[in-house]
Structure formats: C-alpha cells, structure tokens
Design a protein around this ligand. Structure first.
Ligand SMILES: Cc1ncc(COP(=O)(O)O)c(C=O)c1O
Length: 389
C-alpha cells in the first residue's frame, strides 16, 4: 500500500517515505542491494537501476526520505559531506566568483582557499551576521553565496531569510550547509535557499558508523546538473552506507529531541561554572543570537562550545580528562564527543586565522549525545577539576 503523503509529519516521514515493503517477501526493512550492476530483460527495456554509480535502490530510498525531510523535491547522495559541498560548487565555472561565509566549517574553508582558486574561481568572504556584507563584497562575476548556521565551532546564528533576501537582490544562488541543525530543527529551502547540503555522517545517520553527504533542491535545473556531475565523477555512497544511514534517519526526530534537551542542561551547567569563561549555545537567553535562533529553529541543537577560563594547557587537559565524553572529531552521533578545534575541525587554519574567527586555543567543542544528562554533567565537572589540578 502506498502511504506516501505530504501531510505526514516529520517523525512519520522519517519512518515511511520511500520505504515501501520489499515486494518479494514483504520484509519491513529494505533488503541490501549490494550489487554493482543489474540485469536487463532485453534491449527494449532499460531497467530503473542498471549500474550502481548511476543509481541503486538503497540510495534511491534514502534520497526520497532526505528530500522529504528537507521539504525538497530532489536529493542526490554523496560519499561524504565534503563531496556534496564540492559538487554544489561545481555549478561555478572558470572566471566566476563565490562568496563563502567567514564563519564556516574548516573543510569548506580549505576548498575555498586551496581548491577553487586552482580552477580559476575567485573566492571572497562575507559575514553572514551582516547580510549587507554581501552587497559590500559582491562582484559582477559573483554567482554563489555559501553559508551555514549555527556555525562551527562558535555557534553563531545568522538570519537565513535575511541573507537570502540580500543574495537574491544580486541574483545569486544560495547554498546552505544544514549539517549542524539537521532537517529536524530547520528547513532552509522553506526560507528561500536554493540548495541545502548535509554531511549525513552527522545527525542524519546519527551513529558515527558511516560517512556520507547529500544535496537537496527544489530546482530541476540545479538537480540535473548535480546528478550529472555525480554520475560523471562517481562520488557516490555504497549501498550498505545508504542502508545504514536509512536505519539511522528513522530515529532522527526523537534523537534530536534528546540531543537538544541534554545540550540545554549542559549549557546551563557550564554557564554557572567558575572555570568557564563563556558558553556558546543559542538556547541560552544570554546568547546574542537567541532571538534569531528562536525564530528560525524548532529547538537549539545538540552542539555547544565553551571557553575555559584558564591557559591553553589547562583547556587541553580538560579536553583529555573526560570519561563519558570521548575525545574525537565529528558530531551528531548518539555518543557525546569533546573536540579541540585547533587540532581537529579547524586544523587547516593558522592560529592567527582561528583567533580572527573567534576560535581561541582555550575553546572546546561538545557534541552532546543521548546519554543520561546527569552523567554528562558529572563528567564535565570532574574534567574541569582535573584540568586545573
Ligand atoms: C558543518 C559541516 N559540513 C560539512 C562537513 C563535512 O562532512 P564529511 O566529513 O562527511 O565530509 C562537516 C564535517 O565535520 C561539518 O561539520
């Protein structure tokens, strides 16, 4: 029975869209089509899937559900979030100019600094907090703006609709990285963005066991260009990675609720801690962007960062002293992680560049998982004591 309906709500869509019962045995969970190629009946009938670089049933199911969760028409999946970001920038040609937000994930910064200029593409910066900075930086050859919010690692929140408004006054394509919030908390296509990219490695798959990426759009022409690019390049996820990600996405709605309530409690605990100088979490009423976050997000997310009120050595020791929080890169999984941006997500930047972007060497980033929040708080309390011992 076809249950697909636009009226379904988020958690139901995550469980049902694109996921019909297996036609052969009616298995509730889709089989894994771990096959590079598919047989043709004859030359008059081209099969729906013929070769896995071009398409695969497991990939197709996941594309349908992710498109629907972002309120989008199309989705193309990639082997990583970075492959998706680079694919979205493949809309640029030699001689074009792109504006990338100054506060952006380190890997995206690396693409703007190292990869695009080699292809004859000019790269400029803008401040997504000040949408008028697009007008200040735009050139006759500017084609795209790319930004994200909340930002990594200092959780600034910019007004998505306001950035889109200025970008559209200049006829620019707007690409938005929605990895940090996930489609459970905000849907940037609804706010006028042209392209949403995700690292599905993070909240969408949610279990730190797969690397993947996605591009979602409502624009047929953009979709065709992105699909053709991926078919040509072959930056596709494996069927098993899609199967795992589909299993993860089913619980995105309920996982995000726990990530958010846990993060709020941890942020409030840290905000009152004598060894903490500053907590960056948009759910705190004292956060400068709290009102914007409240306007465009359904909750404030599972990511936060805090500045240790001490030396770099003390901050590093705090980072190395947790037990429940694992010292590791990445985010968005069910387990809590603590990260040190200068050696992890923002290692590409020089110390000078990091400080200019508000990433001092005492800043620690947390990805809050779904453990019992009392354990998370006790763990941080102990680590803060050990860090200053
Ligand atoms: C906001 C953001 N976008 C993109 C990426 C890249 O994703 P991936 O590691 O899946 O390539 C990351 C990775 O941490 C990220 O944090």
């Amino acid at each position: 029975m076809q249950v697909y309906s636009l009226r379904m709500r988020f958690a139901t869509k995550a469980l049902r869209v694109g996921q019909e019962l297996d036609p052969q045995y009616r298995s509730v969970i889709p089989p894994l089509y771990q096959s590079a190629t598919f047989g043709w009946e004859d030359l008059d009938h081209i099969p729906k899937f013929d070769y896995t670089r071009c398409g695969n049933p497991n990939r197709h199911m996941l594309e349908e559900v992710i498109a629907s969760l972002e309120n989008g028409k199309h989705c193309v999946l990639f082997a990583s979030g970075m492959a998706a970001i680079v694919a979205s920038l493949s809309l640029l040609q030699h001689g074009d100019h792109v504006l990338i937000a100054s506060d952006i994930y380190g890997g995206t910064f690396r693409v703007g600094e190292k990869l695009l200029p080699r292809q004859g593409i000019q790269v400029g910066e803008f401040d997504a907090h000040r949408p008028c900075s697009i007008t200040e930086a735009v050139q006759p050859n500017t084609k795209i703006v790319l930004f994200e919010t909340p930002t990594n690692p200092n959780l600034k929140v910019s007004d998505i609709a306001a950035v889109v408004k200025v970008a559209k006054e200049h006829g620019l394509i707007v690409i938005f990285d929605n990895t940090f919030a996930s489609p459970a908390l905000q849907n940037p296509l609804d706010l006028g963005c042209d392209i949403v990219v995700h690292s599905t490695t993070k909240y969408i798959s949610g279990h730190s066991d797969v690397i993947g990426g996605a591009i979602i759009t409502n624009d047929d022409e953009i979709h065709t260009a992105i699909y053709d690019w991926n078919k040509a390049v072959g930056a596709v996820p494996s069927p098993f990675d899609c199967w795992l990600t589909l299993r993860g996405v089913k619980t995105l709605g309920c996982r995000m609720k726990t990530h958010c309530t846990n993060a709020q409690a941890v942020a409030e605990f840290l905000a009152d801690h004598p060894r903490v100088k500053h907590v960056h979490y948009p759910g705190l009423a004292t956060h400068p962007d709290h009102a914007v976050a409240r306007k465009q997000m359904t909750a404030f997310g599972g990511m936060l960062a805090f500045d240790v009120d001490g030396t770099t050595a003390q901050a590093r020791k705090v980072c190395e002293s947790t037990g429940v929080f694992l010292l590791a890169e990445s985010l968005g999984g069910v387990e809590s992680l603590i990260a040190y941006p200068p050696l992890m997500s923002h290692a590409t930047m020089t110390e000078e560049q990091r400080v200019a972007k508000g990433i001092p060497p005492t800043l620690l980033r947390l990805s809050i998982g779904v453990e019992d929040v009392e354990d998370l708080i006790e763990d941080l309390d102990t680590a803060l004591k050990l860090g200053f011992a």
